[in-house]
Design a binder for this molecule. Structure first.
Ligand code: ZN
Length: 98
């Protein structure tokens, strides 16, 4: 059911088009198609794995960190860490709410 494309950084289906400077609602990665943003892709991936954002510190960066967003990040990190099975429908619900 996923009409969305996997984000090059967090790997979750969050982008409508690749290389269109779209910002991932989950990890804040801006997809310029080259990985040449302010945070190098490898660092961004590591940061996401650690605390759910591409930025160096938890809560840093311009993205809003409201409840819906936190729920989305918590779910993604649970999946990434192997504690939760990925459910595309549930992920999409959380993504749309964030
Ligand atoms: Zn992402």
């Amino acid at each position: 059911m996923s009409d969305l494309i996997a984000c090059p950084c967090c790997g979750f289906p969050t982008l409508r088009t690749l290389g269109a400077y779209e910002t991932c609602k989950l990890c804040d990665w801006q997809d310029d198609g080259e990985g040449g943003g302010p945070v190098p892709l490898a660092t961004a991936r590591r940061n996401f794995q650690t605390h759910g954002s591409i930025h160096g510190a938890p809560g840093a960066g311009p993205a809003r960190r409201d409840y819906a967003r936190e729920e989305l990040v918590d779910y993604a990190l649970a999946v990434r860490r192997g504690g939760t099975r990925f459910d595309p429908a549930q992920f999409r619900r959380l993504l749309d709410a964030a």
